[in-house]
Write a protein that binds this ligand. Structure first.
Ligand code: C2O
Length: 470
């Protein structure tokens, strides 16, 4: 074992001390700021490509990596802010090593670029006729993907106990300082907010998602046959998309998102929300064989490929990890102000339907749904706050969602539409029952460095429906 592969702890500490002492990088990049279109490369402007090479002194030899991976047990994933200084240093070093590998060889299957492109492949049906976003594959596919990245990071530093940290933004609704700073492999210079900016609390309504009584409503509906309509689950369209888009830059578009290491923290928390939903009494996963037997392929830490079925991903311990806890903080979300600048849509529903759905809504669970049918997705992400009003014209806040465009078909074309459903809070039951002119208002949210699209989003219909799956 050569000395450079086995640095003393002291060396390592000094090196990272140097990193910590450097000026934090906070500058914005000024790239296509009006639109927020991210670049297709990982932005490392604060460190030249070859400079990642210095991280390779912490790289495990193949034998060390093999031994570590053979002795792995169940690793416990923690919130990034709860890592010990040593654990955080190791995480940074592991990402640094993967980045360095890609500098040397962009095709290295265990390099950062390859892992990021792996995600890009599955969100563009231009390349593969399977879309893992906007449907019931969203949660399992990303679970397997993070597992694959976790394995690569563990092997890179030969750490049998390495666990991928998650970023619980309900606990720290700021970009955690661990992900930023000059020379920090976890930094990404394309983000449009910094560590002092707070994520708006209505972007993180975890409670509303956890209350979804049926898995489809929570995690996404079955994959449609042919060119059928994709219908997204509430957790994806709300806090998952909201936080992606809020961060800006690479994170605000699927093809580039996984270049930003904060992707692993964000998705770690999404994966944890899945476990939190499952831990609630009465919540059940689909028993549909089609879903359970779907198999995805992922790269392995030693440069190979492995295949995992959805049914083998349901218990995280099967995959070698568990979460430190499943407690999300639910903030008191003050309803955002209605500014009157919204696009308005009439809700289509007969009197009978309204009465029937209102009765169900009164049970206290989230049965009443507003269904936004076949929304034409914009070219740029769209973040909007949704309000509903009746005769009295007082808009009631419902939810905040984001549409992240998904690519499809020919070059430059986007998937034509997506269907989304928003649950109505039980308190609105009377309003639903007594108004034949329910109106939905879609108020776009202004985010730093982004323009609000000029045209309101087009959709086929907004209907009122109930979650009859439960
Ligand atoms: Cu595949 Cu959060 O995106």
């Amino acid at each position: 074992m050569s000395a450079s592969n086995n640095p003393t702890d002291n060396n390592r500490r000094q090196f990272f001390k140097k990193l910590a002492g450097a000026t934090a990088f906070t500058g914005s990049m000024g790239f296509a700021a009006g639109f927020g279109i991210p670049r297709l490369v990982h932005a490392i402007d604060y460190l030249q490509p070859g400079e990642w090479e210095k991280f390779r002194q912490w790289e495990a030899t193949p034998l060390q990596a093999r031994n570590a991976m053979d002795s792995r047990e169940v690793a416990t994933r923690k919130h990034i802010g709860d890592l010990t200084p040593d654990e955080l240093e190791k995480f940074k070093a592991a990402v640094g090593i993967m980045r360095a590998r890609s500098d040397l060889n962009p095709m290295d299957p265990t390099g950062w670029t390859s892992q990021a492109l792996q995600h890009a492949l599955y969100c563009s049906s231009a390349v593969r006729d399977l879309q893992v976003h906007w449907c019931w594959y969203f949660l399992p596919w990303h679970r397997g993907y993070l597992w694959s990245v976790e394995q690569m990071l563990a092997a890179a530093i030969g750490d049998k106990d390495f666990a991928l940290p998650y970023w619980d933004w309900t606990r720290s609704p700021y970009i955690d300082p661990a992900y930023s700073g000059f020379g920090n492999p976890l930094q990404d210079a394309t983000r449009l907010y910094t560590g002092t900016d707070q994520i708006p609390l209505d972007f993180m309504d975890v409670e509303a998602a956890l209350q979804a009584p049926h898995f489809y409503q929570f995690g996404g509906y079955p994959y449609p046959e042919g060119r059928g309509e994709l219908t997204e689950g509430v957790m994806e369209q709300s806090f998952h998309n909201n936080v992606h888009n809020w961060l800006g830059g690479n994170m605000s578009a699927f093809p580039t998102a996984a270049f930003d290491p904060i992707f692993t923290g964000h998705h770690g928390n999404i994966d944890r929300a899945w476990d939190a939903w499952m831990a609630i009494k009465g919540h059940e996963l689909p028993d549909d064989e089609k879903w359970l037997n779907t198999v995805f392929s992922y790269p392995t830490w030693d440069g190979g490929i492995t295949r995992i079925a959805v049914k083998d991903m349901i218990d995280t311990k099967n995959m070698g990890y568990q979460f430190a806890d499943l407690n999300f903080r639910q903030h008191n979300i003050a309803p955002p102000a209605f500014e009157g600048k919204a696009a308005s849509y009439a809700v289509a529903a007969s009197k009978d339907d309204r009465q029937r759905i209102a009765n169900k809504m009164k049970s206290g669970r989230r049965y009443g749904l507003l269904k936004f049918e076949r929304m034409q997705v914009p070219i740029h992400p769209l973040c909007a706050r949704i309000f509903v009003s009746g005769k009295d014209n007082t808009p009631h806040y419902i939810s905040t969602f984001t549409i992240l465009p998904v690519q499809t078909g020919g070059i430059g074309s986007l998937n034509q539409h997506v269907t989304m459903q928003l649950a109505l809070p039980p308190q609105l039951a009377d309003m639903v029952a007594s108004n034949d002119d329910l109106t939905v208002h879609m108020q776009p949210v202004q985010l730093r460095g982004r323009d609000i699209p000029k045209d309101p989003i087009r959709l086929k219909n907004i209907s009122l429906t109930s979650n009859d799956l439960v």
